[in-house]
Design a protein around this ligand. Sequence first.
Ligand code: HAM
Length: 430
Amino acid sequence: MYQSPRGTQDILPEDTVVWRHVEHHAEATARRFGYAEIRTPTFEETGLFERGVGEGTDIVDKEIYRLQRKESGADLALRPEATASIVRAYLQHGMASRPQPVKLFSLITAFRYDRPQAGRYREFRQFDIEAIGDEDPLIDAEVIGVLWRFLEELGLRDLTIQLNSIGDPVCRPEYVKALVAYYEPHEAELCADCRRRLHTSPLRLLDCKKPGCQPLADNAPRTIDFLCKPCEEHFSALQGYLEVMGLPYELTPRLVRGLDYYTRTVFEVVPPKTGSQAAIGGGGRYDGLAEILGGKPTPGVGFAAGMDRIILNMREQGCSLPTADVPDVFFAPLGDQAKLVAARLAEEARRDGLAVVVGTGDRSMRARMRQAGQSGARFAVILGNDELREQRATVKNLAGGEQQAVPFADLTTFLAPTVRHSDVEQEAAL
Ligand code: HAM
């Protein structure tokens, strides 16, 4: 028997209701902040990620899914994230001529060949937003605000916003020099990954999770002590905005993130139970990315939230989740003649906007009613021998048990208001 590939998940009907709830909320939150939806391809030229996300990052060096198409020779890869693609689309479609910043959101499936474990998959979903074309720190604050509002309104609690600034091409070289100088005398104490990174991407040493490397990282020079004046002013203005917006952040000097395109602001949101896979969302500013991709210098800032991890955390924290979709009405016909009547009446009820399931197969009325109960419907329309003879259906409230005879001709006009009235009663009872 085939199984789903390692690191992927089947999302079953009882779970898709939860996913839809979270996705709708993502979209509604983005719209409230003035973001419009963009959809980009699932695969792109590999070079877009190599240049955008950066060679030397784990995502590009170890985790890219390359697509082999012998005949075309094109070097394509499944997207490991959304930002590079969205900035590519911004440049390709001349969005610089639109009012700036261009504010976009996307709900994507992303792919990374990583070691699967709880909350870490090879195929996963992200809610991504990008504000391109403005370097005002107010937009950084707003982007963090979208993420915070989204998570808070899902009912997640005790989250922390970790915040740092990693400078820009003016001040970062000084910082990197100081960082390498700090680490070099300790090279022998570092793990193999860090020894390699010391000469390729030294910033990454700061978020090494190996116990042996932790004390060194704790005492390493801090990016914020090396910021040039414009970066420092940007960072302090950002903090001012976060404070007036009531967004609780913690300065986290070791936060550097795993993608190369960041400048200045970086942030992550972590749930209370921390671990190496803890971040449920992260992002930052990428003022150099458009230029790296061949466009004019264009500032940008955004985040991606990991939807799979958000749902895991919502379950762990006992957040309220929607339950499975249930039909409004279950038609319970007995015999072939009744099935014909059911097919006709059910269609009329659907035309009226009701969610209707008709019992199929040959079953006794007892088995039919069991089917009705299992369907979760609130009303059953019973069509047995007596009902056919009298041309009146028995409408039964499956929760309360009370029932009523309704002439076939009146069924549609009877059902819709009855179902809606019971909706209102149910909500009032909650
Ligand atoms: P990222 O930190 O690589 O950033 O990913 C964002 C979020 O996606 C993570 O915080 C995590 O919740 C989720 N995630 C990442 N990898 C996995 C995985 N293997 N399995 C499950 N969830 C995962 C980015 O992707 C940037 N593009 C964010 C950004 C947008 N920066 C600026 N704009």
